[in-house]
Design a protein around this ligand. Structure first.
Ligand SMILES: [Zn+2]
Length: 228
């Protein structure tokens, strides 16, 4: 039995390659964290994975996706009407709201682990909260980064209310005050939201910098981070 989706993909293929034989095609809906569609050609078989968010999409949207994916593996130009149709659908308010929700829920499951092999970020947050903020900061989601990055040591993501610290510091040879300093810095971002100063984004305001100096082991911590 051929499903509706398979029929649509067959139609898109015919449009793009009227005379070529239709290859064996596996299509599945996958719970990706993002709206994401992939196509792979292997041993003359085609494997297509579609975001499950698109399972109930209108036929012309699925046709547009099919066209875009086939155009990609057969190196054909993507027709503007298909590109536009798909983009419009993604831009629909209900669709983008659902995508945002999925990103948060699914992204979180893979991402979140405050408890590292060596340091527990939630525990560090709570200690710093008492020491420096009278326990008044609401704890955001805390997590070690998935990759051990040297470029991005830490950041606060306001969209997901999450503090991420590079996993590279979750090691016994890293002094505790260095990890504490990274978390403290991000907590200051929580406390001092980014302000527009004229047209310039002021990320580390004067007040931010003054408050950062209150961290007692500031210099040792910065040095430790530099030499790791
Ligand atoms: Zn910063």
């Amino acid at each position: 039995m051929i499903s509706r989706v398979e029929e649509i993909f067959y139609a898109a293929y015919r449009e793009l390659r009227p005379r070529a034989p239709y290859p064996e095609c596996t299509i599945e809906f996958v719970p990706f964290a993002n709206i994401n569609n992939t196509i792979r050609l292997k041993d003359r078989k085609i494997f297509i994975r579609l975001s499950d968010l698109l399972e109930g999409a209108p036929e012309d949207v699925l046709l547009a996706i099919a066209h875009i994916l086939f155009a990609k593996i057969y190196h054909k130009p993507v027709e503007a009407r298909h590109a536009t149709r798909y983009r419009r659908y993604l831009g629909r308010q209900d669709v983008s709201a659902k995508a945002h929700l999925l990103r948060q829920e699914r992204g979180r499951k893979v991402l979140l682990s405050a408890q590292g092999a060596h340091y527990d970020l939630e525990q560090i947050f709570e200690e710093l909260n008492l020491r420096f903020f009278h326990g008044l900061l609401a704890r955001p989601l805390m997590t070690w980064s998935r990759q051990a990055s040297r470029q991005n040591l830490g950041h606060y993501d306001p969209a997901h209310n999450t503090i991420v610290v590079s996993r590279i510091f979750d090691r016994p040879k890293v002094p505790r005050h260095a990890v504490e300093y990274l978390v403290y810095h991000e907590m200051l971002h929580l406390k001092h939201p980014v302000k527009l100063n004229g047209s310039r984004r002021c990320v580390h305001s004067k007040a931010f910098q003054e408050e950062e100096k209150l961290f007692p082991e500031l210099e040792q911590a910065k040095l430790a981070l530099k030499t790791l």
